[in-house]
Design a binder for this molecule. Structure first.
Ligand code: 9MJ
Length: 674
């Protein structure tokens, strides 16, 4: 056998372990994914040539193995603990007071961590090599999921360093990333396979797979938060130091762990994590407070299997059960029919929810949701509440499958469904008053023509009274008509007239967006405005010209061309211009100078005004590269509200950061320098 091959195999394994660590533990990859794949493929090829050199901890051994017929049971070497829960500040205060009294101290230092919503597992390392992985089970006995655990790249097959205990149980949570979950469900849906209700179920389903080759394809992540048995070696004297030690051995820990003082420090942490919750790429359902000092932990001891030195402070539940009273059908701006669940009011995710989306007919069929069912409603962050599933065992007798109507509930026109769409649409177009209303609401919205003071109710009245049929009619409204409407005093009518008048002075991008062309959002509207410079050229553009624009694909191009082909739309545009709507055309420089060429940006957190996509597209138009992760090569990080770990990393690397205001000024300066 070639000595060279053997050396190369060892070198490749070391390199791959190193890059895995940079990626999963330090969150700071050094090489692109494609290069990582090349290393892995080279190693696979060499091991195929020399199968006798394959070791248990080789990174190629993560692809899964033969399916099992069942999982065997495993006794944890030390029981896995459970945590008691607190739902209110008072309960946290009680917990802290009891601990202080028992310890006889004034203030306690706590290690605080996000409470990951996944599946708890225990990993056993012997001589630094991963020997087995087990689910929590009842805390004493779990299931042997070693084959599956070995496919999770974030879990090291071999520990780093030289000071780890020779026998070590590591405890932590396997979670599915939110982005990975969305992708997985999309691909499951396409294949006609089972769709998961949430990342936690998907993580559990993936880890409890008898076929580890399937687990290997799932986007699972692992974060460690405790140790079990420690033999022939030691870990550390505080929870915070234990986490740092685990990290130094190559085990990922959450970037949000901290040390705080006293109960106030805990409650402040709770608030700060709650604010960050949506921006994190994994689901959490609260935070955990742990007395940091291990001696103090020992002094406090346990009540049954829950420690007296730790407590989980949970967020308001994001899922609740309630009854589905009925299903209403809403007709949107583009005629899309959306089934909306009318619910027995239920408190979920911090608010009372009475309506939730059912998405479309396919989703209703897939979940088999019927009026009268007990359903699970989910409200996560700022997302529209949705019905996740129905509980079949609670279904009353004589329920019927639900079918969306075949004619529009508003205008009676035929409802059609295009082959490749999940959505059913009313064919009434602007004959349908629901579509008229939605088109007008969109036209006057803040990011479109920005007509202040013309609320939804008023728009509905204007359409119902036949005063406004299409958006151009807004510019013919007079005081008399407006003041004659319900709840309209003369002063507010005058304000509306003034706002409509003011909106005539607009920009090309706003105008294009306001037209409500399907597939043309704010960003595309801006791109179109900047590419064509005037409306006449855009209206005359064929599909070939349109697809030449960055970010405009055939579907978008088709939609734009169809819109302007329609005589009705051309007439409305002519009328708008006749009534005085105007903008300044944009001078197009064919050879656009790219002032930000060779500069790399990262955009993180919520940008309240412009949104992340818009910021990215503005940067890209100026020639910048927008990357998803911060590294030494990043030139600027644009930091919105609730930034995640990227901002902290940028700070540690000394990279220039721009908040939203500074970013806007920066953009303006660069744009005018073109
Ligand atoms: C979770 N689920 O994130 C613990 N946990 O500690 C954290 N769970 C735990 N700690 C001792 N961060 C028992 C359970």
């Amino acid at each position: 056998m070639s000595v060279l091959d053997k050396d190369r195999i060892v070198k490749l394994r070391d390199d791959i372990h190193y890059h895995n660590h940079r990626y999963y533990v330090l969150d700071d990859p050094e090489i692109p994914d494609i290069e990582y794949d090349r290393l892995l493929r080279e190693l696979e090829a060499l091991e195929k040539k020399h199968p006798e050199l394959i070791t248990l901890d080789s990174p190629t051994q993560r692809v899964g193995s033969e399916p099992l017929s069942s999982f065997s049971q495993i006794n944890h070497l030390l029981p896995m603990l459970s945590l008691s829960n607190a739902f209110e500040d008072g309960e946290v205060n009680d917990f802290d007071r009891r601990a202080r009294e028992k310890l006889g101290v004034d203030k306690i230092i706590y290690a605080v961590e996000p409470k990951l919503d996944g599946l708890a597992i225990s990993l056993l390392y012997e001589n630094g090599v991963l020997i087995r992985g087990a689910t929590r089970g009842d805390g004493v006995t779990g299931e042997d999921v070693t084959q599956n655990v070995r496919t999770i790249e974030a879990i090291p097959l071999r520990l780093q360093g030289d000071d780890y205990p020779l026998k070590l149980e590591v405890r932590g949570e396997v979670v599915m990333t939110k982005s990975g979950f969305d992708k997985l469900n999309e691909s499951q849906r396409k294949k006609g396979d089972k769709v998961f209700a949430n990342p936690r179920n998907a993580a559990a389903g993936s880890l409890r797979q008898l076929d580890s080759k399937i687990t290997a394809t799932r986007p699972l992540m692992f974060y460690s938060y405790a140790v079990g048995l420690v033999e022939q070696g030691s870990v550390a004297h505080s929870q915070s130091d234990i986490l740092l030690k685990l990290k130094s051995w190559g085990l990922p820990i959450s970037s949000e762990v901290k040390q705080v003082t006293g109960v106030n420090g805990c409650l402040e942490y709770y608030e700060s994590i709650q604010k960050k919750r949506d921006a994190l790429n994994y689901d959490i359902d609260g935070v955990v407070y742990k007395v940091d000092n291990i001696e103090q932990q020992k002094e406090l001891g346990f009540v049954s299997r829950a420690p007296r030195w730790a407590i989980a402070h949970k967020f308001a539940a994001q899922e609740e059960m309630t009854t589905l009273l009925g299903i209403d059908v809403q007709v949107g701006r583009t005629g899309a029919l959306t089934p909306v669940a009318r619910l027995e009011p239920v408190f979920v995710g911090g608010v009372t929810v009475t309506n939730a989306t059912l998405h479309n007919q396919d989703e209703i069929d897939r979940k088999d949701i019927r009026v009268g069912d007990t359903v699970i409603v989910r409200r996560a962050g700022d997302v529209i509440p949705e019905v996740v599933s129905s509980i079949k065992s609670k279904r009353p007798a004589r329920t019927k499958k639900y079918k969306l109507p075949t004619s529009c509930p508003v205008c009676g026109s035929e409802v059609i469904r295009l082959d490749d769409e999940a959505i059913m649409r009313c064919t009434g177009g602007l004959f349908c008053s629901a579509q008229q209303k939605e088109a007008i609401k969109h036209f006057i919205s803040r990011k479109a023509m920005d007509v202040d003071g013309l609320g939804d109710k008023l728009v509905e009245q204007l359409v119902d009274t036949n005063n406004v049929k299409d958006v151009s009619d807004l510019y013919r409204l007079d005081m008399q008509t407006l003041a004659g409407l319900e709840r309209m005093a003369e002063k507010s009518a005058q304000n509306v007239i003034n706002a409509i008048e003011k909106s005539k002075d607009t920009t090309l991008a706003r105008f294009i967006f306001a037209l409500g062309i399907r597939q043309v959002g704010e960003t595309t509207a801006k791109t179109l405005a900047n590419s064509f410079g005037n409306l006449t050229d855009l209206m005359a553009a064929n599909e070939e010209k349109l697809t030449a624009i960055p970010d405009v694909g055939p579907v978008v191009a088709d939609s734009i061309a169809h819109f302007f082909h329609e005589t009705h739309n051309r007439t409305v545009i002519d009328k708008l211009i006749d009534y005085g709507v105007h903008w300044a055309d944009i001078k197009i420089d064919e050879d656009i100078h790219k002032p930000l060429e060779n500069q790399t940006f990262v955009v993180t957190g919520t940008l309240s005004d412009m949104g992340r996509d818009e910021a990215k597209s503005a940067l890209e138009q100026l020639g910048a590269k927008v990357s998803g992760s911060v590294s030494k090569k990043t030139n600027y990080v644009v930091v919105g509200e609730k930034p995640g770990s990227k901002a902290a990393k940028a700070e540690s690397l000394g990279i220039e950061m721009l908040d939203e205001k500074a970013f806007k000024i920066f953009l303006q300066k660069v744009q005018t320098s073109r």
